[in-house]
Each structure stands twice: as structure tokens, then as C-alpha cells.
Design a binder for this molecule. Structure first.
Ligand SMILES: [Zn+2]
Length: 340
């Protein structure tokens, strides 16, 4: 099922209090959506599926319209998610400032209309990624969006610092390496401007050396203690409050770094590259092992049982689902659902 705003809030609160995190799986098609939902259900875990601006543009096909693609994903998830015995929240990933008007604004307008009709919002949460802006401007724009989102019972995710690597065709190569590490002073500035929950609930992608993409071990120098230090600084300034952190670029991270990040208050761990790889690896395995079925070799006609996209699609989905289930086990969300 898809969680109501109240249920989504309960999911995040339980993760924060219980010291676990939800995988947030990037999807861009019905196949990857089904794979993610199945992975969560197999783990008995609540979870989050998300789509980037570029993923939504891809999903929209020839329309080339990201907002239309995100609406289509939401329609699929609302129709199919009801079948699952766990709560699967809907989120939009990285929206840079230049797409706030043509991506976030129309989706928020849809949710406004739905709320006016007594319906739940289209998405449970949206990310605004103002990391290319100066912090003050980032927080000014984030605060405006937080007001809009909280009026609709939507959670906003913001970014403080810069995630390295490349995602969705947007690269941060050449970013000075100190910008890959947020400071406690910057984190407190976020709490000063956006509040500590009373102004609306937000998720915070605070960077601690994380990098998008899949790299050989040792490429990424994570400092999860940055997250813990931020919580300590926040607790001193605003007793009894905690940041709800998001871990971007988790693919390729060691289990120790993941555990340290979750212990520091990460409640949402984005999973993109590893899920993509699991899906494509299984499709490739099918193509190589059914070579003369998926190709019409030497005047043959191939084998419909091998080239039917459902044949290799089912294998790809099963492999991606298994990867999601493993992520739930690693992050501690397996067996935890607000539904049961
Ligand atoms: Zn990210």
C-alpha cells in the first residue's frame, strides 16, 4: 500500500528512533517499479521508491516531459502499490533549481488539487537540490518550498553540501573536495532557517564525502562522524530534536560505513547504481545464455520464449528485487512495517 502522510511520518519517526533506515530505490519504468516493490514486500519492509527528473523524462517517452513522466509513475504506483502488504512511499529525487518551475511546481499543483478534493498528495515527498547555489540562497529557496510542501502534508528533502560523482547526467566532478563534507555550522544554519520540524518536516541530505555511482573500493572517503557531530550540535542548540538524514551515493559503500551513517541518524539511503546493475546484469546473463533464441542467427527466427521482453524482464526484475531485499536486511528495515 501507499502510506498516507501520517503513515509516512510514522515510518520516518520509527526509523529515527529505532536506528534503522529505508532503502530509497530509483526507478524509471514499470519493470523497475515492480522490482522495487517486490523487493520491499519480500523483505517485509516498508520502503521508498523515487524518480529523478531525468528518469521521469525517460518514462514519459517521446513526450519528453518530466512532470508527465512523474505523474505516470505515481499513477502506476497508486494502482499497483495497493497490492503489497508493506508501505511504499513515493518520492521525487534531485530536482535542481532550473527544474523547480517545470517539475516540482506542476507536481505540487497536482497535489494541491488532490488535497482540495480530500485526496492524499500525489507524492509523499520531493527533493529540492539547491547544492549548486550558495548556502543562503539554497536555504531561501528550500524554505519557500518547505512552506508549500508542509501545507500539503508533503515532506521536503533538501541538500546541504555537494554529492560528488554523476547522477542523472549531472556531474559534480571538479568540486573542491572540502565541499563534499558538510560542517556542523552549515547544518545548524539549516535548522535556523528551516526550523526543527515545527515549520514542516524535512529530510536532509548532508554530505559526508559521498559520491554518486559505483566505484572500486577505496575511491570514496566517507566520514560518517560528520553526521553524528551534526546531531550533537543540533541537540545542544535545540534539545530533543534530531536531523532526519539522507545518504546519497550509497552504492559501493562498506557495510561498516553504512552502519555508521545509520547510527548517525540516516533514515533514507538512496539506492540507484547497484539496483541498475542488478537489473542489467540479469538481462545480460539471459542474452548471453540464450544467444540463439534472442537473435535470429544464421537464417533462424529466434525463440519467442527467449526474446519476449517478459522472459528477460522477469529475470531482471527478480534480480533487482533480490538486491533491494538485501539492502533492507543491511539497513535494518527488513521485517519492519507500519502495516503489520
Ligand atoms: Zn543523490
Amino acid at each position: 500500500m501507499l502510506p498516507t502522510p501520517e503513515q509516512y511520518a510514522a515510518m520516518l519517526d520509527e526509523a529515527s528512533a529505532g536506528g534503522f533506515a529505508f532503502p530509497a530505490v530509483n526507478v524509471m519504468s514499470s519493470q523497475t517499479l515492480n522490482a522495487a516493490m517486490r523487493g520491499f514486500a519480500d523483505a517485509g519492509s516498508d520502503g521508498i521508491v523515487q524518480i529523478t527528473v531525468g528518469g521521469a523524462r525517460y518514462l514519459s517517452g517521446a513526450a519528453g516531459d518530466s512532470a508527465a513522466g512523474a505523474r505516470a509513475l505515481a499513477a502506476l504506483a497508486h494502482a499497483l502499490g495497493a497490492q503489497y502488504p508493506v508501505a511504499i512511499a513515493l518520492h521525487t529525487d534531485h530536482c535542481p533549481p532550473e527544474h523547480a518551475d517545470d517539475f516540482l511546481a506542476p507536481l505540487l499543483a497536482d497535489s494541491r488539487e488532490r488535497r482540495a478534493n480530500g485526496d492524499r498528495p500525489l507524492f509523499n515527498s520531493h527533493m529540492f537540490d539547491g547544492s549548486t547555489l550558495a548556502l543562503d540562497e539554497n536555504l531561501r529557496r528550500s524554505a519557500e518550498l518547505l512552506d508549500q510542501c508542509s501545507a500539503l502534508d508533503i515532506v521536503l528533502e533538501i541538500e546541504c553540501g555537494v554529492v560528488g560523482g554523476e547522477e542523472d547526467g549531472i556531474g559534480a566532478e571538479g568540486t573542491p573536495s572540502d565541499r563534499l563534507y558538510t560542517t556542523s555550522a552549515d547544518l545548524l544554519r539549516v535548522a535556523d532557517v528551516l526550523g526543527t520540524g515545527y515549520r514542516g518536516r524535512y529530510l536532509l541530505a548532508a554530505t559526508f564525502g559521498n559520491v554518486h555511482g559505483l566505484y572500486a573500493p577505496g575511491h570514496v572517503q566517507l566520514r560518517p562522524e560528520i553526521l553524528r557531530e551534526g546531531q550533537e550540535a543540533l541537540a545542544e542548540a535545540h534539545p530533543g530534536t534530531r536531523f532526519l538524514y539522507v545518504f546519497h551515493g550509497s552504492s559501493g559503500s562498506s557495510p561498516e560505513d553504512l552502519r555508521a551513517a545509520v547510527a548517525g541518524g540516516v533514515v533514507k539511503v538512496n539506492l540507484d547504481s547497484e539496483a541498475q546493475y542488478a537489473f542489467t546484469r540479469a538481462a545480460a546473463g539471459h542474452m548471453f545464455s540464450h544467444y540463439d533464441g534472442v537473435l535470429a542467427v544464421d537464417g533462424g527466427v529466434g525463440d519467442k520464449r527467449a526474446y519476449d521482453p517478459r522472459a528477460w524482464g522477469a529475470e531482471a526484475e527478480a534480480a533487482m528485487a533480490a538486491r533491494i531485499t538485501r539492502a533492507c536486511e543491511l539497513l535494518g528495515s527488513a521485517g519492519r512495517s507500519i502495516v503489520t
